[in-house]
Design a protein around this ligand. Structure first.
Ligand code: F6R
Length: 243
């Protein structure tokens, strides 16, 4: 695990965009693992900008998102599919048929859906670069504290803290899903390269546990200590509890 501390969130986004761009230029048919949430939005903005300038193409790229709410329609504005369309897919030349999210409706069997997602990732040759954010409770994807370090894509009940953290994204009285499908920790660890972005003081404690704490299931992100090519890109505020 390599930790890089930059001054500002903007620099974290710029450095992340540089890395993603490098991967795409070296391997135009790369498989990218993507995250939603506030943190990677500025990364996606920079990638869209580069595409608009003609400096980058997603024509041969395949993407796998980390997670998706359980039983949510793709066109629901709160779905992670909608998020990805709005932040990235609608603005670049990516083939819609090569953008995957771990969906599961109430009519489907979550175990079978999870297995099919894992198989799809394998069929596409595995993830070259996985983008991650981190929850204030140390989660990666929706692998909440106590998630098994050997977990695979499956359904998870979101913790109270995650529901509270994410409630800012839902309007008054709007239904907030409490379950999601998520890649597992073992799935994430299989990516060739991992790039975790974290900014802001509210991530400082989780960053400290991930980087300096013991590897344990109460901080799922600490599993990245096992990864040989994991880069943690953080700003000063997120690094403020590192000594
Ligand atoms: C999103 C995801 C989550 C977020 C995390 C941080 O696909 O998997 O683990 O990365 O909750 O979210 P933000 O960036 O909103 O603080």
């Amino acid at each position: 695990m390599q930790v890089i501390i930059l001054d500002t969130p903007e620099q974290v986004a710029e450095k992340s965009a540089q890395w993603v761009t490098e991967v795409i230029k070296q391997k135009p048919a790369a498989v990218l693992g993507l995250a939603t949430g506030s943190t990677p939005i500025s990364l996606y903005e920079l990638l869209v900008e580069q595409y608009r300038h003609g400096d980058l193409s997603f024509a041969d790229i395949t993407t796998f998102n980390l997670d998706e709410y359980h039983n949510i329609a793709a066109d629901n504005p709160q779905s992670y599919r909608s998020f990805m369309q709005k932040q990235l897919f609608d603005h670049v030349d990516i083939a819609p048929s090569r953008t995957y999210l771990p969906t599961c409706s109430s009519e489907q069997n979550p175990r079978l859906q999870g297995e099919a997602y894992e198989q799809k990732i394998k069929d596409k040759g595995g993830i070259d670069l996985q983008i991650l954010g981190i929850g204030a409770n140390g989660h990666i994807g929706f692998n909440e504290p106590t998630s098994s370090l050997s977990s695979r894509t499956r359904i998870k009940t979101l913790t109270k803290q995650t529901l509270t953290d994410n409630s800012r994204l839902f309007g008054q009285g709007e239904f907030q899903p409490t379950m999601a499908m998520t890649m597992g920790i073992a799935t994430i660890l299989e990516a060739s390269y991992v790039l975790l972005m974290a900014t802001g003081e509210n991530k400082a404690s989780a960053v400290k546990q991930m980087v300096t704490g013991p590897l344990n299931a109460m901080c799922p992100a600490s599993a990245l200590q096992l990864h040989q090519h994991a880069v943690i890109l953080i700003d000063k505020a997120a690094a403020s509890e590192l000594t």
